[in-house]
Ligand binder design. Structure first.
Ligand SMILES: [Zn+2]
Length: 274
């Protein structure tokens, strides 16, 4: 009886401690799992991601710190028989954390799992078409970002994105830009800003550029920005983020106001990378 009461008291104390200090305990637990990158991992990353060795030293060190934290906390799950390797974990985390190297925040605290497919995958959720038609065949996709902290990626797409750092397309940057947008809930193309004036500036500049892009796509005269950006404001933000990290100078020339907005948001000027 005494043992039962003591056990109950101990469990109650643990529950109270978890309730009061859960975040700190979790952070301490994950900090113990953090391991600095080895030279072998750095060499592997430099081979797969030519941008990594080109980054200024301070940004490279910041990237590595974010990766170490990300890798200690996020589960990587191979799908349809894919065996997840250290190379895969490295390359996904490096490209995901690239978005944060100029920002003062931890590495995606809301992301808990990355699902990797060898190549494209099929989203089997019913797709509602105009006229009430329901398409249950599914669409082949390279990536998805879910609001509950899951990201789904094609490994072939991750490899290609890293190997071609200046073509203006990057699957991982795209999906993790959605995660930044989704940190507040639904992806809307208006990620959280530092202040109300920043949010108002974002809204005005971004909306104007989005409407202009939609009009250009309807007329068939779009330029640098992928027509997929006209899908909705969330996709516009993700597509612009890909350009910002891969073709910063071109974006600055084509859309100087948008570029300035992204420089303020990402805390970076990427023109010097290319
Ligand atoms: Zn998207």
């Amino acid at each position: 009886m005494t043992v039962a009461i003591l056990t109950l008291l101990l469990l109650t104390a643990l529950l109270i401690a978890w309730w009061l200090h859960g975040d700190k305990l979790r952070a301490a637990y994950y900090r113990r799992r953090e391991k600095p990158l080895t030279d072998h991992q750095r060499r592997q990353l430099a081979k797969d991601m030519p941008l990594y060795p080109r980054l200024p030293l301070a940004q490279r060190r910041k990237l590595e710190g974010l990766m170490v934290s990300f890798l200690s906390r996020v589960d990587f799950i191979g799908c349809e028989g894919l065996a997840v390797t250290d190379r895969m974990r490295l390359l996904v985390s490096a490209q995901a954390c690239l978005l944060l190297i100029g920002r003062d925040e931890p590495a995606y605290p809301t992301v808990h799992s990355v699902y990797l497919f060898e190549d494209s995958f099929v989203n089997k959720a019913p797709h509602y078409l105009p006229g009430g038609v329901v398409d249950t065949q599914g669409k082949h996709l390279a990536g998805e970002s879910w609001e509950d902290g899951r990201v789904i990626l094609s490994w072939a797409g991750c490899l290609h994105a890293a190997a071609q750092p200046f073509d203006g397309e990057n699957l991982v940057v795209h999906e993790f830009a959605h995660q930044l947008d989704q940190a507040k809930g639904l992806a809307t193309g208006a990620p959280l800003q530092q202040s109300l004036p920043d949010a108002k500036r974002w809204q005005a500049t971004f909306q104007e550029a989005y409407q202009r892009h939609c009009q250009a796509v309807r007329g068939g005269f779009y330029g640098l920005i992928d027509p997929y950006g006209a899908t909705d404001p969330a996709e516009f933000f993700a597509v612009l983020s890909e350009l910002f990290f891969e073709r910063g100078a071109d974006l600055a020339e084509a859309e100087p106001d948008i570029y300035r907005l992204l420089v303020a948001f990402y805390g970076l000027d990427t023109r010097s990378w290319h």
